[in-house]
Design a protein around this ligand. Structure first.
Ligand SMILES: C[S@@+](CC[C@H](N)C(=O)[O-])C[C@H]1O[C@@H](n2cnc3c(N)ncnc32)[C@H](O)[C@@H]1O
Length: 313
């Protein structure tokens, strides 16, 4: 059997087996966590199927908090656009913002309307989107509080900020250098370099930063323009939720933290923007996406993720 055929077959299995794509109901049960865990093992062999499956799962999870039909959604650090495609399939009008055109073009031409820009300074008008979404980007941004603040800024009053990230002390906190990050980020990088003869793509202090569950929660709870709607260990069964209230333990066991915030209504008596409406122009200043067509076809953002079991977890 040819390699491509084998990869397609693995991919089909991932889609058939893992995610309840036709299901309209999100169930954070143990079976779902096991399915996600098994899917993560195919990240290297069938990345498109794996990321499609993950996107289907995550967008169902998002729909617990907001309608998507007709809503304007941005995916911050969206990479190759799997989440945007799934959001659009669910009726949203969504587009991707990413600082790296190579990531966006990793698996083919990016979706229409994609924007090259930094998450900490988005060319989006304040209050312009219904939902500001981000998956596994926060830990790659040095000034992550600025990214969170920016996500809140561009969300309309009453809209949802949905942000998930791998916290540093998660078993996958060091990404492809895991679990050696437990001995220190720099030491883990040095070990990776010795073993593989190259730098890891997710390099501690450069493209990978320490974000703890405690710091992210503290930021969210003190945010002036948003209230915390939910805090969840993203991939784990629902009954593990109380974990996020246990200091220290939560840093090791949460794996990946999902924070859901709601943008506060502006002022008492002030009317909230209607869902799907655009206050003025949505895009303030677009980061010249034409460039992307000529951009390099790069690697998946997961790139050289440790793969296998560590791929997702
Ligand atoms: C691990 S990938 C995640 C991609 C996708 N969200 C997912 O979950 O599969 C991290 C992405 O964040 C992007 N990124 C990193 N720093 C960024 C920044 N400051 N502003 C915007 N995007 C950024 C990278 O280019 C990359 O596409």
């Amino acid at each position: 059997m040819g390699r491509a055929v084998a990869a397609r077959r693995v991919g089909q299995n991932v889609l058939d087996d893992i995610i309840m794509s036709e299901s309209k109901v999100f169930r954070a049960d143990l079976a779902r966590s096991v399915r996600l865990f098994r899917a993560s093992r195919t990240e290297q062999t069938a990345p498109e199927a794996y990321y499609t499956a993950l996107a289907q799962d995550t967008i169902l999870q998002l729909r617990q908090y907001t309608e998507l039909d007709g809503r304007i959604v941005i995916d911050v650090g969206g990479g190759p656009g799997f989440f945007v495609r799934e959001l659009n399939r669910m009726g949203a009008r969504s587009f991707c913002i990413d600082a790296d055109s190579g990531e966006m073009a990793a698996l083919g031409p990016p979706e229409d309307g994609s924007i090259v820009a930094s998450a900490t300074r988005m060319p989006i008008a304040s209050g312009a989107v219904d939902v500001c979404f981000s998956s596994n980007v926060l830990e790659h941004v040095r000034d992550w509080p600025a990214m969170l603040a920016e996500m809140v800024r561009v969300t309309r009053p009453g809209g949802i900020v949905f942000v998930a990230f791998t916290n540093w002390l998660s078993p996958y906190g060091g990404h492809e250098t895991s679990p050696w990050h437990y001995l220190g980020g720099e030491r883990a990088v040095a070990r990776y370099q010795r073993k593989h003869g190259k730098m890891p793509k997710n390099r501690f202090g450069h493209s990978l930063h320490q974000v703890s569950v405690a710091e992210a929660l503290s930021w969210a709870r003190s945010a002036q323009d948003a209230v915390v709607v939910d805090v969840v260990p993203r991939y784990l069964p629902g009954w593990t939720r109380p974990l996020v209230r246990v200091p220290v333990l939560r840093e090791f066991l949460t794996w990946n933290l999902l924070l859901v915030l709601r943008r506060r209504l502006a002022a008492v008596g002030a009317p909230a923007a209607a869902p799907g409406s655009r206050p003025g122009s949505l895009v303030r200043r677009v980061g010249g996406f034409g460039r992307l067509a000529a951009g390099r076809r790069g690697h998946l953002c997961g790139g050289s993720f440790g793969g296998g079991v560590l791929g997702l977890w």
